[in-house]
Design a protein around this ligand. Structure first.
Ligand SMILES: *Cc1c(COP(=O)(O)O)cnc(C)c1O
Length: 386
């Protein structure tokens, strides 16, 4: 066999032996709740479509109208001819919602992070990341070629120690963390991180992919305590609660102007399809009009954690740690037999030894089904594990 295919096959076999091989399952999402997979219909607890906006008629209509007006694709990078009029509207709306001077939209959340971080931080600088941060923050960190230090998850003493040791040896320093941790569902202590950042002259960026639209009255994790936490750079995605696709950064005018000039993932990648930008705008209308809708996914998650006897949910994401990938896959299969789709999350998405089920609650999950799910989790997964 040629060496390339031999390499790929050997790698796949090795991963399969450790239950870490992944495969795509064709899935038809009827809406945010019901999905069909392998000929069977499931109630999904694995979509990030927290408010059901991917299938909301107003959102779809806005996307269709944008295709009619501006076409199916953008035709070029935003800096060439791809900057159609909807972009300015969306950026103004995002900045207003997040309480910043300006905003910049990118091709995706992943592209935002790999563009923003190297545009601000270079070889002489220091990056400090929470250990549980999303993979694309680590990817951006690597591209920056800065000195990287990782602090233990949400441990402020450790972050303080690392700043005390390393800060003075570097020109600039940037602290990176998820606002809502995507696989743990807990929140970063943004006020405390902000205080450390200001003491050590470091900048602070949060990845709020799972906060926008569902926490802080829809404004995201930076507004969890009502007032704005001291965060310089709020990035996030249009692909979760907003039900569309794309990424963004909300920050000062100067920083946003620098992004438009220097972020490689903005400069060298085609602008978003007009449908995505229009859908995000329509979704923002709904979020701004309906704070009750925005609060609902967290309420549902808290109903579940109360009924299942789990620690109280801090966000719509609830992890159930099972440790071994085989146990996580078995729990997934058990829930599938009961008609629930809850995808097992395995390393390297989470640290070794912390494979889990990850439940994502949405505004539309029926109470009766949450009760049934909690009962099964409590009696057939947790008690058997104890
Ligand atoms: C989903 C996610 C991203 C990536 O966003 P996309 O727009 O899907 O590329 C980034 N950060 C976090 C924390 C996420 O959960």
């Amino acid at each position: 066999m040629p060496s390339l295919e031999a390499f790929a096959d050997a790698k796949l076999e090795e991963l399969a032996a450790r239950h870490l091989r992944r495969e795509l399952s064709e899935t038809v999402r009827e809406d945010g709740l019901w999905v069909t997979r392998g000929g069977r219909r499931y109630l999904s607890f694995s979509c990030n479509d927290y408010l059901g906006l991917t299938h909301r008629p107003e959102v779809k209509a806005a996307a269709i109208a944008a295709i009619e007006c501006y076409g199916a694709g953008a035709g070029a990078s935003r800096l060439v001819t791809g900057n159609y009029p909807l972009y300015a509207q969306l950026e103004a709306r995002l900045a207003r919602l997040k309480g910043t001077e300006a905003a910049c939209v990118f091709g995706s959340g992943f592209l935002a992070n790999v563009g923003i971080i190297p545009a601000l931080i270079g070889r002489e600088d220091l990056l400090l990341l929470d250990a549980c941060s999303h993979s694309c923050l680590f990817a951006g960190a690597q591209l920056s070629r800065a000195h990287v230090e990782i602090f233990r998850h949400n441990e402020m003493d450790h972050l303080g120690e690392l700043l005390a040791i390393h800060r003075s040896r570097h020109r600039h320093a940037l602290i990176l963390t998820d606002g809502v941790f995507s696989m743990d569902g807990d929140l970063a202590p943004l006020d405390d991180i902000g205080r450390l950042a200001s003491t050590h002259d470091a900048w602070l960026m949060t990845d709020d992919a799972h906060g926008l639209g569902v926490l802080g009255g829809g404004r995201g994790s930076v507004y969890m305590r009502g007032t704005k936490a001291p965060v310089d750079l709020q990035m996030g995605t249009l692909s979760k609660a907003l039900g569309s696709y794309g990424g963004y950064l909300c920050a000062s005018k100067s920083v946003i102007a620098l992004m438009r000039t220097r972020a490689r993932s903005l400069i060298y990648s085609t602008a978003l399809p007009p449908a995505s930008v229009a859908a995000a705008l329509a979704a923002l209308d709904i979020i701004e009009r309906d704070p009750g809708l925005c609060g609902s996914p967290l309420e549902k998650a808290r109903t579940f954690t109360r009924l299942a006897n789990l620690p109280r949910a801090e966000s719509p994401i609830v992890p159930l740690l099972l440790g071994d990938p085989v146990r996580a896959l078995e729990a997934q299969a058990l829930l599938e037999r009961e008609g629930f789709l809850v995808v097992a999350i395995r390393p390297p998405t989470v640290p070794a030894g912390t494979a889990r089920l990850r439940f994502a609650f949405t505004a539309a999950h029926p109470h009766s089904e949450i009760e049934r799910l909690a009962e099964i989790v409590r009696t057939r997964i947790l008690e058997r594990a104890a």
